[in-house]
Design a protein. Structure first.
Lengths: 92, 329
């Protein structure tokens, strides 16, 4: 296995770690918020606005992590492309 | 400076041994994921010479083995290790000493210890089958020597060879297992229990810790119960010598087992063994119930006051291996 393949492997591993980490953190943030929101949603008068805030919270957390994962994919592909080009240049 | 020069500037080779060791640990922990995703950091199972994989071509072997002998020792390292695990402080190892004393050519195997033991066993069997075509002289005998998980990989390879009708198996008359957890590793089983317990706690942070614990590789999980074959069920109560065992100790060859015991007090030694592998597991139950293994008593050697890693590189262990290699099988 060439050293470039190892570099690409290291980059892919970082990409996998960010992807996996982001999904885990997203799940934790949503699950952690669920409990206080659930309590507030039982209180008359506050319940309805809480439900709205809860929905906005979950959507924004999801959006932030989707962006993180999207950027991760783009950066990962760019690094992979750069390493492949570098390998080609070296071979030439 | 171009990117190529920058990459060269990091001098991959010079980082050398520490990097290889780091990769071995990474492979041990996540090796199945690396192999499954085609990651370049995954170690392919191969013979290694001076730290590099040996191409399975006659010229490469002729260069790497300038004085080939008909008798071979194939050394297989353990979990999260490389072939450097065999190195003694003076630079020698069991392979080089066997070459010096008994004219046995050593071949060192490196593999991704995070893959399932069955996959590594099958790959090792294929590698040994291909060896006859590239080895410079006719092979009379192959002596597999496995340390820790390496012993399980050897057993799996022997059984794979038997199932596939590989011819190399007929050249194996003895196999030596050093600190090999034949009956599994209680440490892995304890880890598995801990992860299962954490997963049952209704808390997202605890479940995250369980998720991280569950990232551990198939190789590590296999080690818990000593799973060696794809259809190998949970820890079997069937003795290893019994033909009903999914991966038995093959009766066609002699089996020699080395175990370490840190404690001198018999009960502590039995339970804690060499700190990683209990005596009962390393001796395949021999020290608990000799009849269940049907190994002659002189095929099992327990080294007292020995920790696990010391078993891979100690002159006293070598003396025992040499004695077994000299003996008529």
């Amino acid at each position: 296995m060439s050293r470039f393949a190892k570099w690409r492997g290291a980059a892919a591993l970082v990409r996998d770690a960010v992807e996996h980490g982001s999904r885990s953190v997203q799940r934790i943030q949503i699950e952690s918020a669920r409990r206080p929101f659930a309590i507030l949603e039982l209180i008359p008068g506050v319940a309805e606005p809480t439900r709205v805030v809860h929905g906005v919270h979950d959507a924004s957390v999801t959006a932030v992590h989707e962006i993180i994962r999207g950027v991760n994919v783009v950066v990962g592909k760019a690094v992979d492309f750069a390493l492949r080009e570098a390998e080609k240049m070296k071979d030439d | 400076m171009s990117l190529t020069e920058a990459c060269e500037g990091l001098r991959w080779g010079a980082v050398g041994q520490k990097l290889e060791q780091s990769l071995a640990i990474l492979n041990g922990v996540l090796g199945d994921h690396l192999a499954r995703t085609g990651n370049g950091l995954a170690t392919a199972l191969s013979f290694v010479h001076e730290g590099a994989a040996l191409a399975m071509e006659s010229p490469a072997f002729a260069r790497a083995v300038p004085s080939p002998r008909p008798k071979l020792a194939v050394l297989v390292h353990g979990l999260m290790c490389t072939e450097r695990v065999w190195k003694m402080p003076d630079g020698s190892d069991y392979g080089s000493l066997l070459e010096r004393d008994l004219a046995v050519t050593p071949l060192y195997v490196r593999y991704n210890s995070g893959r399932a033991i069955a996959e590594n066993g099958a790959a090792l069997s294929d590698l040994l089958e291909a060896l006859a075509d590239v080895y410079p002289v006719a092979i009379d005998e192959i002596i597999p020597i496995g340390f820790s998980m390496g012993g399980l990989v050897i057993r799996s390879a022997c059984n794979a060879a038997k199932k596939r009708g590989h011819t190399w198996l007929s050249r194996v008359t003895r196999a030596i297992y050093i600190g090999t957890p034949h009956l599994g590793s209680p440490l892995e089983r304890a880890g598995r229990f801990l992860v299962r317990t954490l997963r049952n706690v209704p808390d997202p942070y605890t479940r995250l810790i369980a998720d991280i614990g569950d990232l551990r590789s198939l190789g590590l999980r296999n080690l818990g119960d000593g799973h060696l074959w794809h259809d190998d069920g949970p820890a079997s109560a069937v003795p290893l010598s019994d033909r009903r065992h999914p991966v038995p100790l093959l009766p066609e060859m002699s089996h020699y087992l080395i175990a370490g015991a840190l404690a001198t007090e018999p009960r502590l030694a039995f339970w804690f063994g060499d700190a990683l592998v209990p005596l009962s597991s390393a001796t395949a139950g021999a020290c608990a119930e000799v009849a269940s293994v049907a190994l002659p008593p002189d095929h099992v050697k327990i080294f007292h006051a020995f920790a696990h890693m010391r078993l891979a590189r100690d002159p006293a262990v070598y003396a025992q291996i040499r004695g077994w290699c000299e003996a008529r099988s």
